[in-house]
Design a protein around this ligand. Structure first.
Ligand SMILES: *Cc1c(COP(=O)(O)O)cnc(C)c1O
Length: 490
């Protein structure tokens, strides 16, 4: 069989084949049917594939081998922190006392789970330098939106309804301007200078009495530290605006410096990046938001509080922006993050950041002779290189990214941030060994040499994958929405 031609699971189907048997119903079927409105009861059996357990195991194992994941290979996707998630956190999240509780259970019966969430809130406030944290938001972008709604509530409570603008650097993650827009603000761009950091002159130009907030990450998405952050904070604060910190990639600074100490008023974290919640594929995330004292009363309600030695949800928060997620947020991801923080400890979390920065700088230095490095300085957790030199040979950064697939690597983020021509953004993360970094550097160096000597091999890549280069837009333009079962031959 050609490796391209992996049959669909439906094609293995034969009537009567069984892979899993459900237990006998222990209640009368009619009683259940009585509970469901007639319109929702199906009249015909669904067209599910009928396959054996072995077939289904082999089918999905074969498909999984075509995929990339951190557990199977290096995944240097810039700005995404695709680091290894220790399995002990998975074990903890699956413990029956944590995974079998029900969101409607009485508070008295889940005090342990509430204590864990409370401790996590407290730990995250300490790590970010904020006064209080909510665990409700379900992802980074959701945290951004929540944080901006809090800032809006703060301005409006002062009778200030003219703060309509949120300032975002041109190097920002795409979710920043998107969240600002969804929260009802106008996103205004502030330019970066030739050093890759925010241009102070341009910041002074765009900040005014209509500024609600400046959204920033530091280090920024080019992997560079905004050295003038204290000055930037005072420019925004003096104009009456707030500072929002995008802390998705907190492993750049965790344990070393804190957004709260840099002058930020609101922070979100991505527990599914820095704090080892597995991510990708749109799976559950968690984007806690921390705020400084003057914003605490606007946090989403209910707020998890400790009264004596009892934990409870406080609904009596008249200034709250309201609930942003039902129940306990994405509880399982919060459990993993707590387990991660406890297993690492203070010193461990600080070491994480040091190793993340060391790994990125090591890789950057190894690649420097072969690629243009747009910013000639140390980086933090990630760096951006430019394929300008290779472009002169007719090899685009897209081609080099595709060629990396032939070496078994998930390609890095490319063409982002857009301010760097032909860019590739590499975030090795702290969990990779020197050997892995060297192997990856060797692969990219070979590709740079191929661009000189044999550009076609790069331009036509990938060659060793299950399918060759895809038409990037066809799947979106001509989606296949329904599988048509082939007619079975007699
Ligand atoms: C990943 C990321 C986000 C968005 O987080 P989601 O959980 O995907 O919504 C925002 N900002 C930065 C810098 C990120 O890396």
């Amino acid at each position: 069989m050609n490796k391209q031609d992996q049959p669909l699971i439906f094609e293995y189907s034969r009537p009567g084949r069984v892979g899993y048997s459900l237990p006998e119903l222990d209640v009368p079927a009619e009683e259940i049917l009585d509970l469901i409105p007639c319109d929702y009861i199906r009249q015909e059996a669904p067209e599910w594939p009928e396959v054996s357990e072995l077939q289904i195991m082999r089918h999905y194992t074969a498909l999984s081998k075509r995929n990339h994941g951190v557990d199977s290979g290096f995944y240097p996707l810039g700005s995404c922190t695709m680091k290894y998630n220790p399995k002990v956190n998975e074990v903890v999240a699956r413990m029956a006392g944590l995974s079998h509780i029900h969101p409607y259970q009485d508070e008295e019966t889940v005090q342990g789970a509430m204590e864990m969430l409370y401790r996590l809130q407290t730990n995250l406030a300490e790590i970010t330098g904020m006064d209080e944290v909510t665990l409700q938001p379900a992802a980074g972008a959701h945290g951004e939106w929540t944080g901006l709604m809090i800032i809006r509530a703060y301005h409006e409570a002062k009778g200030d309804f003219n703060r309509t603008k949120v300032i975002v650097p041109d190097s920002a993650h795409g979710t920043n301007p998107a969240s600002a827009t969804v929260a009802g603000f106008e996103a205004v761009t502030v330019k970066s200078n030739e050093k890759g950091i925010v241009d102070l002159e341009d910041l002074r130009r765009v900040v005014d009495e209509n500024t609600a907030a400046l959204m920033l990450t530091n280090p920024n998405t080019l992997g560079l530290f905004e050295e003038e952050i204290v000055e930037m904070a005072s420019i925004v604060h003096e104009a009456g605006g707030k500072l929002y910190y995008d802390g998705a990639n907190m492993n750049a600074i965790m344990g070393v410096i804190r957004p709260g100490d840099m002058g930020f008023d609101v922070v979100h974290l991505n527990l599914h990046k820095t704090f080892t919640g597995p991510h990708g594929g749109g799976g559950p995330g968690s984007g806690p938001v921390g705020v400084k004292e003057d914003l605490v009363k606007y946090l989403p309600k209910p707020v998890l509080v400790k009264e004596g030695d009892r934990y409870t949800f406080d609904y009596d928060r008249p200034d709250s922006i309201g609930r942003v997620k039902p129940f306990y947020g994405n509880f399982g991801i919060n459990v993993r993050a707590y387990s991660y923080i406890r297993t690492m400890g203070d010193a461990g979390l600080t070491q994480v950041s040091k190793d993340a920065v060391l790994n990125a700088n090591y890789l950057m230095k190894r690649l420097e002779p072969y690629f243009d490095m747009p910013f000639n300085q140390h980086c933090k957790h990630e760096f951006v290189l430019s394929g300008k030199r290779q472009k002169k040979q007719g090899v685009r950064t897209l081609d080099m990214a595709k060629r990396l697939l032939d070496f078994g690597y998930h390609p890095p983020t490319i063409y982002f941030p857009i301010i760097v021509e032909e860019c590739m953004m590499i975030e090795p993360t702290e969990t990779e060994s020197k050997e892995t970094l060297d192997e990856f550097a060797d692969a990219l160096i070979q590709i740079a040499k191929e661009a000189e000597t044999d550009p076609e091999i790069v331009q036509d890549a990938p060659h060793n994958t299950v399918i060759s280069r895809l038409d990037e837009t066809r799947a979106a333009r001509q989606p296949v929405l329904r599988y048509e079962r082939p007619k079975q031959e007699a």
